[in-house]
Design a binder for this molecule. Structure first.
Ligand code: ARG
Length: 558
């Protein structure tokens, strides 16, 4: 229900307003419901109507008499509309009990390139943001009817693979790759980096192995494909635990032989310049420096590959929007090659967006990692689940499957840590605080959802009572309006590519609901108040939808 539109329909025919252009655009939601629900600032009308804003507001106020309004007040040039709470409750609940999200994306395709981790490395805390943020934005778009393509453009090519092969050949055993997995490949890689400090021949040897991969030498390819297979299996396992799926795992290597046409096209369009043996596109006049297309040794670059990839994706998906979710450090990289694509005359370049985010880290000294300073995702999840289990056990929660519940809570908390603040902000994951049932946390949302469930279960088959007047109060109406805002908020979240709109919405929904729950009896004795129960049902449904958008499970009981 569009409440601004509701007001617009009721006032648009009032004589003084009938000639006002863009009247609906002037209506705003009030920041504080104590000042009314919707407001019309009359300042911009003063000139055309040749009257002071205060007089205009008073004039209109005297002419607004519709049962949808409890009162209409003119205050200092503003016209404040207060809804009739019962009337709007009826409209909103009727619509929300049969809720269908706006399908604004129908017929449109959007791809998201996210996670896209470099293979043969552990998934560490630095990979969580792109993976979680990308999946939530995907969910939001899908919810709104878009056809969504989730792409994990894995880093499966480059000199590190030469180093790994070199190390495994020297100190390891090829068969161990399959049996010991990523741990083993990482150990070898770390050993290589330590040893090559004292032994220059190693770097040369690694480079030779990489050249062998490029030339498809059978031995190099055998080891390389094993490394890729094992790493993708591990990445998929972790994504599985996180409940995140992809439509494609086509990585950088696939585009290796698809870059020449791009280079040729750049050349034909006279965009390439040779500089110290390298080929570049000069972007100085856009204040973007240069975009390196080919190095002097003929090796292509990250940007060239991204150009080839985007062209291929357009051919495959005819996307209306393409989102690349990576850290803010890659901002310039994307700006540059988006510009080059535009210069190539590809109109869809304007529909590509770089979605960046700040750093996600742990307070120092917590969840120590095995390699370097980065905490591993699997360790974080393990610890969070263990801690969640401890909490539910202490609380004495009665559920059939405590382990499942601990997983729902523990994994949810790690994800929510990424989602609760604006994505560009840096944030620190504090395990204890994230698992607090009373804070602004995912367990708090899950707990409120479980509370709704238990009320509904208890109310089943109970005789109903209550009168409309029971919902005619300020706190209840705040809940009604917030429930009604679900769609608007989801659309805004998609528009700004901002998952935190959803997480914050859910936190405030829980706040409004719990206030309502604490102040008003839903079940009284052996009877259930039918008017209030409807709000419990709708709250439950929206919390469920919202958690699903965040990729967080909603346990029935907690
Ligand atoms: N693999 C890259 C990295 O870890 C991220 C790739 C992002 N996607 C892209 N199309 N460039 O830095």
């Amino acid at each position: 229900m569009d409440l601004k539109n509701l007001v617009f329909e009721k006032i648009k025919d009032i004589d003084v307003l009938s000639s006002v252009e863009n009247l609906s655009g002037l209506l705003t939601y009030t920041a504080d419901s104590k000042m009314g629900d919707i407001s019309l600032p009359c300042f911009s009308l003063a000139k055309a109507l040749r009257k002071s804003p205060a007089l205009i507001a008073e004039d209109i106020a005297s002419k607004c008499s519709d049962e949808i309004f409890e009162k209409v007040e003119a205050v200092n040039g503003y016209l404040n509309f207060y809804f009739n709470k019962v009337a709007v409750y009826k409209l909103v609940t009727e619509e929300m009990l049969d809720y269908k999200p706006s399908q604004i994306g129908k017929g449109k395709t959007v791809f998201l390139d996210f996670s896209s981790l470099n293979l043969a490395k552990y998934m560490h805390i630095g990979h969580l943001s792109t993976t979680v943020i990308g999946s939530v934005i995907s969910n939001v778009y899908e919810f709104l009817g878009y056809n969504v393509v989730r792409l994990n453009y894995v880093g499966d090519y480059g000199t590190p693979f030469g180093k790994m092969i070199c190390a495994i050949k020297r100190w390891g055993n090829v068969a161990d790759i399959d049996t010991q997995g990523v741990d083993y490949i990482q150990d070898m890689y770390v050993k290589f980096n330590v040893e090559c400090e004292n032994d220059e021949t190693l770097t040369k040897e690694a480079r030779e192995w990489f050249v062998k991969i490029e030339n498809k030498d059978p031995e190099a390819m055998d080891i390389y494909t094993r490394i890729i297979r094992v790493s993708i299996a591990e990445a998929k396992r972790l994504c599985d635990i996180l409940g995140i799926t992809f439509d494609s795992w086509i990585g950088e290597a696939f585009y290796n032989d698809k870059m020449q046409p791009v280079i040729d096209e750049l050349d034909a369009k006279k965009l390439l310049v040779t500089s110290e043996g390298a080929k570049i596109v000069d972007l100085e006049k856009y204040n973007l420096g240069v975009c390196m297309i080919q190095k002097s040794d003929g090796a292509s670059l990250y940007a060239t590959r991204d150009l080839a990839t985007a062209i291929d994706r357009y051919e495959r998906y005819h996307f209306d929007l393409g989102l690349y979710v990576t850290s803010v450090q890659q901002k310039l990289h994307f700006e540059r090659w988006f510009k080059v694509l535009e210069l190539l005359g590809k109109d869809y370049a304007q529909n590509l967006k770089h979605i960046s985010y700040g750093t996600y880290s742990l307070p120092t000294g917590k969840i120590g990692s095995r390699f370097g300073k980065q905490a591993l995702v699997k360790d974080m999840l393990e610890q969070s689940i263990a801690k969640a289990k401890e909490i539910v056990t202490t609380r004495g929660t009665k559920v059939d499957n405590v382990d499942q519940l601990a997983e729902d809570i523990g994994i949810g908390a790690v994800k929510f840590g990424v989602l609760k603040t604006e994505r560009v902000k840096d944030c620190v994951f504090d395990l204890e605080a994230s698992l607090n049932f009373d804070g602004e946390t995912s367990p708090y949302i899950q707990y409120t959802f479980a509370r709704c469930n238990s009320i509904i279960a208890k109310a089943e088959n109970m005789p109903v009572d209550g009168v409309e007047e029971d919902i005619n109060n300020f706190d209840t109406f705040e809940l009604v309006k917030h429930l009604n805002d679900f769609d608007r908020n989801t659309i805004e979240s998609a528009k700004d590519y901002e998952p935190c709109y959803i997480s914050r919405y859910l936190i405030s929904l829980c706040g409004y609901f719990n206030k309502f729950y604490n102040n008003y009896r839903i079940i009284d004795g052996d009877k259930v108040n039918q008017y209030r129960l409807k709000l419990v049902e709708i709250t439950k449904a929206r919390l469920f939808d919202g958690l699903k958008l965040l990729g967080i499970n909603a346990p029935i009981a907690m």
